[in-house]
Write a protein that binds this ligand. Structure first.
Ligand code: DGY
Length: 388
């Protein structure tokens, strides 16, 4: 590895003689992703700029006048400006280093013929586990207790100290029953025997059957059978659930899905968890709700104006807040890097698109057996790309 400057932005250069130039806007974990790109004949330039979030001007400088592909971040604004610059530099591939791609204006990429990759399939359990951690940290007041201990305030056991909510046998609600919502629901149902209510425009028959079968198993052991119900409205979920976890995409329909009116329909001691996208909640309304309802709790991984928080949130003791780390396990983050690299390398090599749920052969199998395909291209259909 050597260092250089790309239009004034410091970069680390790998495989300097590679014929194709790929820019990576942030250092990525693991090394398989780099092997994938170098094996595909790419010179890889990884930004070493100290800014946490790169401006469009810096990304344009990185792209320069020759760039065949980019791996970018969910904090960047990938629209006409950057896709135009990439196209003009000979670019043919872009992958977001994320499963979510609300930071990408996909039609703008499609307009200039650039495939857009994302990284589904390796975040499911990791993200669901963090949502679960937030659920129990909020319900059982773990952060308040930790702060209390570190502050030297503990004078001895008391019957009334940091009393929280028991979630066993309660009702869990999920909004969005895709892969991550399903994994979270299973953790709450199987681990904590919760009944499940969910809202999703599409029924998840697999999940419903699974919970019903699990209920039968419990009943056969003499235990209470868990139940499942798909609700017609978000409000129904909010009214019934003791814990609501958000797992929907951010789009025009879900922006501020949880607003003041809907918060008021939740139980006064409910727990609201968001490891999806910040703007799904009207954060100012949530702050007001937390202030007015001390027994209401929130567990938040994402924020409306990241990296900022709305005024007052940091002071709400009944909120547990972490910095968008739901996917932050080494296996997942390295897997995301491999998927993003495979999206770019396969596209530049003219390979077809995989777009199947099982991506483990890309991330876990022997290197030589990585499929010759782009794991996930979101505009494959629009661009008429060949499927594997
Ligand atoms: C994603 O991949 O969309 C996540 O938000 C990153 O953790």
């Amino acid at each position: 590895m050597s260092t250089a400057s790309a239009g004034g932005v410091p970069v680390e250069v790998h495989n300097p003689n590679g014929a194709l130039r790929v820019v990576v806007t942030k250092a990525l974990p693991g090394d398989r992703w780099l092997k994938v790109l170098t094996a595909a004949g790419c010179r890889v330039e990884v930004s070493a700029d100290p800014d946490t979030i790169l401006s469009n001007a810096k990304i344009r400088a990185l792209i320069g006048d020759k760039c065949n592909g980019v791996i970018g971040q969910l904090t960047e604004d990938w629209g006409a400006e950057l896709f135009g610059a990439l196209k003009a530099a000979g670019g043919r591939a872009y992958s977001n280093y994320a499963v979510g791609y609300n930071n990408v204006k996909v039609p703008e990429a499609t307009n200039v013929g650039i495939p857009v990759g994302n990284t589904p399939g390796v975040l499911t359990e990791t993200t669901a586990e963090l949502a679960l951690a937030l659920t129990f940290a909020a319900a059982r007041r773990v952060v308040e207790g930790d702060e209390f201990m570190r502050g030297g305030h503990y004078k001895g056991w008391l019957p009334t100290l940091f009393v929280g909510n028991l979630l066993q046998n309660k009702t869990v609600g999920i909004i969005g029953a895709g892969r991550i919502g399903t994994a979270y629901a299973r953790m709450m149902v199987e681990g904590h025997k919760c009944d499940l209510v969910y809202y999703d425009p599409y029924p998840n028959q697999w999940l419903e059957d699974y919970v019903r079968d699990y209920g039968k198993l419990l009943a056969s052991k003499g235990e209470r059978a868990v139940t499942v119900r798909r609700c017609d409205t978000v409000e129904e979920v909010l009214r019934q659930a003791d814990v609501v976890s958000l797992h929907c995409n951010l789009d025009d329909q879900t922006r501020h899905l949880i607003n003041a009116e809907r918060l008021n329909q939740m139980k006064p001691d409910a727990v609201l968890v968001n490891a999806a996208r910040g703007p799904v909640i009207d954060e100012a309304a949530l702050v007001a709700h937390l202030q007015a309802n001390p027994n209401f709790r929130a567990g938040l991984d994402v924020f409306e104006d990241e990296p900022e928080m709305k005024p007052g949130l940091a002071q709400c003791k009944n909120a547990v807040i972490v910095p968008h780390i739901a996917s932050a396990t080494l296996w997942t983050r390295a897997g995301m890097a491999t998927l993003a690299a495979c999206n770019v390398a396969a596209t530049l090599s003219g390979h077809p698109v995989w777009n199947k749920p099982d991506v483990l052969p890309f991330v876990d199998g022997p290197f030589e057996q990585i499929p010759k395909a782009a794991p996930s291209i979101v505009n494959a259909k629009e661009l008429g790309l060949q499927m594997a």
